[in-house]
Ligand binder design. Structure first.
Ligand SMILES: C[S@@+](CC[C@H](N)C(=O)[O-])C[C@H]1O[C@@H](n2cnc3c(N)ncnc32)[C@H](O)[C@@H]1O
Length: 216
């Protein structure tokens, strides 16, 4: 299905009114809490194959003063790439992952970031709050990815960009295999401007803009 076909399905498929699956969410959170101490070592192979070189690109083209939301900041692997003239809001639903990110920011003397314990399926921010959203290796494990992606759409300003690195067919720490992430992105009201395979078709870099009307 192409962008246009997906977008026409947007209104009938949007699920903002559905409830969050708390059981699945708590389970996923627990997995990340448990693995927070070993996450950096366990994910090193994937990092070397596809991640490191591309993280910096996610923050290109930002203007001084722009507000950026990072979804699922984890242990803070993107923090070294934050330009110092923007304001970052970094969220994660795992307290232990978030603590690691805070420690990394302190170590690197990065001060332009506010950390929030929050679930992407229910973001505690106003509509149209951010100039860009960035996420790396997160939506493969969000229990209701459509709900999460729709929330990202809601908090982005008109014309903002949403850039992702993600696993498409991979299982690690609660990731869901064969998740239809590309379809989900389009079904959540985003137009895919760019889609690059970084490691076979397993890891992709995706650049999108919101095109459909948002929840109010
Ligand atoms: C595989 S790790 C990736 C961490 C980091 N972005 C990176 O590139 O190394 C996935 C992260 O997303 C977070 N996460 C998963 N589902 C989430 C949700 N529903 N809301 C917020 N964070 C979530 C996890 O706690 C974890 O820190």
């Amino acid at each position: 299905m192409n962008n246009t076909e997906m977008n026409t399905k947007y209104n009938s498929n949007r699920n903002a009114d559905t409830k969050i699956d708390m059981l699945a969410t708590d389970e996923a959170r627990l997995i990340y809490d448990r693995h927070a101490g070993t996450y950096d070592i366990c994910s090193l192979p994937m990092e070397l194959m596809a991640g490191t070189a591309r993280r910096q690109e996610l923050f290109q083209g930002l203007k001084p003063g722009d507000s950026v939301i990072e979804i699922g900041v984890g242990t803070g692997r993107n923090i070294p790439h934050y330009p110092d003239n923007i304001q970052v809001t970094a969220i994660d639903f795992s307290e232990r992952m978030l603590d690691n990110a805070k420690r990394r920011a302190e170590k690197l003397n990065v001060e332009n970031v506010d950390f929030h314990l929050a679930d992407v399926q229910e973001l505690p921010f106003e509509n149209n709050s951010f100039d860009r959203a960035v996420t790396t290796f997160v939506f493969c494990s969000v229990p209701d990815p459509l709900k999460g992606l729709s929330e990202v759409n809601r908090v982005l300003k008109p014309g903002a960009r949403f850039d992702l690195l993600d696993n498409m067919t991979y299982r690690m720490m609660g990731a869901h295999i064969n998740r239809k992430t590309m379809d989900n992105i389009r079904l959540s009201g985003f137009h895919v401007e760019r889609e690059d395979n970084l490691f076979l078709d397993v890891v992709k870099r995706i650049s999108t803009v919101p095109v459909c009307s948002k929840y109010t």
